[in-house]
Design a protein around this ligand. Structure first.
Ligand SMILES: Nc1ncnc2c1ncn2[C@@H]1O[C@H](COP(=O)(O)OP(=O)(O)O)[C@@H](O)[C@H]1O
Ligand SMILES: [Mg+2]
Length: 408
């Protein structure tokens, strides 16, 4: 049970800051830049983490997630810009004085210290009295479900248990911000799932502001209040899981968050916030915002999730002609791989192949490889972007526009 006395989120050493206005963001990055020699690991970035928020930095390996986290922690010095934690400008403050709790992928426990000594370390260096340390260590070990493990050596613990110790060690100092860098990526899949749920529970209970790094889209979607999608040192989009999943602002975000198909289309018309795109003989409405740089008549790629598509008997009106290529059994669902009719197969990237995700197993009995079918493209869940070289529509040459921007 978590008693009132265990307020892990209260500042441990600076009582005066407890009364800071709640509306202030917990962390703020203003125009922060980080370079390593010729490599710009983080381009000029602005970011706010709200009090009590669970914010995830998501992106492929090398995109700058760890760099951003280490700038918040104080392990790296920014080349430009300012970093605030609460009201304090900390750009030049060493890690120890930032009052942040950090959990790394590789546990990084002290191998020669017991679990209790590991967890209490941050309190000892801060000069907290021995009796208080003992009580706080006990309470935080209970929080991570490791009561009774206090005297063990880290070597006697499983990977998951070691990561709980690392979490306890980060929380015991009552950090202003909890920073976690791919904390579960070394754990096997089942354990990872359990740890995700548990971390979320602990975070909610304590209300501790959390910045979590992962390259795993599912992990980000399931845990976060907001996600910061990054690529190549740039913040691409910041939004709730639903916003980045259903309303991606650019091609990178659309392709990175979850599985996606690209259908070749053309921008037909634009009216205010809506645009009409043609895919074969179909007309569909999409948001115009993602096509703002696109000329009428230009080639577009229409992004659609596998679970949004459907399949009908061949020849049904209002569909696209296609042929079943393969059925892939996935347990809870079947992925139906479908080849669009040759007229729609233009680009080298997908070759006009789309995946339709069908719940249950009915598809196995219904669709034989090689049989003609009709692809149902619903109105909902479509997002279009200007076609790019290398994308399905980018080398089609049907319109000759939308692909000559040298910056792309
Ligand atoms: N200490 C360093 N020295 C030189 N380059 C680095 C250093 N740390 C990171 N980088 C480079 O900065 C970029 C971002 O790295 P990183 O933040 O670790 O990415 P991520 O955590 O998203 O995988 C990469 O190109 C990486 O090679
Ligand atoms: Mg990293």
């Amino acid at each position: 049970m978590l008693s009132k006395a265990l307020d892990l989120t209260a500042p441990a050493t600076l009582p005066g800051t407890a009364a800071a206005p709640r509306a202030r963001p917990a962390v703020r990055l203003d125009g922060v830049v980080k370079r390593f020699g010729a490599v710009t690991a983080l381009e000029e970035s602005w970011l706010q983490v709200e009090q009590g928020e669970f914010l995830t930095l998501l992106g492929p390996s090398g995109c700058g997630k760890t760099t951003l986290l280490n700038l918040m922690a104080g392990f790296l010095e920014a080349d430009a810009g300012e970093i605030f934690i609460g009201d304090d400008l900390v750009t030049a403050t060493p890690p120890y004085e930032r009052e942040v709790g950090i959990v790394f992928q590789n546990y990084a426990l002290f191998p020669h210290m017991s679990v209790a000594k590991n967890v209490g370390y941050g309190l000892r260096v801060r000069g907290v009295p021995r009796r208080e340390i003992a009580a706080r260590v006990e309470e935080v070990l209970a929080l991570v479900k490791l009561s009774g493990f206090a005297d063990r050596s880290p070597r006697q613990l499983s990977g998951g248990q070691q990561q709980r110790v690392a979490l306890a060690r980060a929380l015991v100092i009552r950090p202003k911000v909890l920073l976690l860098d791919e904390p579960f990526s070394a754990l096997d899949k089942n354990l990872r799932g359990a740890m995700q749920v548990e971390l979320k529970e602990i975070q909610r209970r304590l209300g501790v502001t959390t910045v979590f790094v992962t390259h795993d889209q599912g992990e980000a979607l399931s845990m976060s209040d907001r996600i910061v999608v990054m690529s190549a040192g740039r913040v691409r989009q910041i939004g709730t899981p639903d916003q980045v999943y259903r309303h991606p602002q650019d091609r990178f975000v659309a392709g990175f968050i979850g599985d996606v198909n690209l259908l070749p289309g053309r921008l037909e018309a634009r009216a205010g916030e809506r645009a009409t795109v043609a895919v074969g003989d179909l007309r569909r409405e999409v948001e115009a915002d993602t096509l703002r740089d696109c000329a009428t008549g230009a080639a577009v790629d229409v992004f659609v999730r596998p679970d949004h598509l459907g399949v009908r008997p061949a020849g049904e009106s209002g569909t696209l002609p296609a042929r079943v290529a393969a059925l892939v059994y996935q347990g809870s669902h079947i992925d139906l791989h479908i080849d669009l009719h040759a007229d729609l197969r233009s680009g080298p990237m997908s070759g006009g192949r789309v995946v339709v995700r069908m719940p249950g197993h009915g598809a196995l009995a219904t669709y034989a490889p090689g049989s003609p079918v009709a692809l149902l493209v619903p109105q909902a869940g479509l997002v279009a972007f200007p076609a790019e070289p290398g994308s399905p529509n980018g080398q089609a040459g049907r319109t000759g526009s939308g692909q000559d921007d040298p910056a792309r």
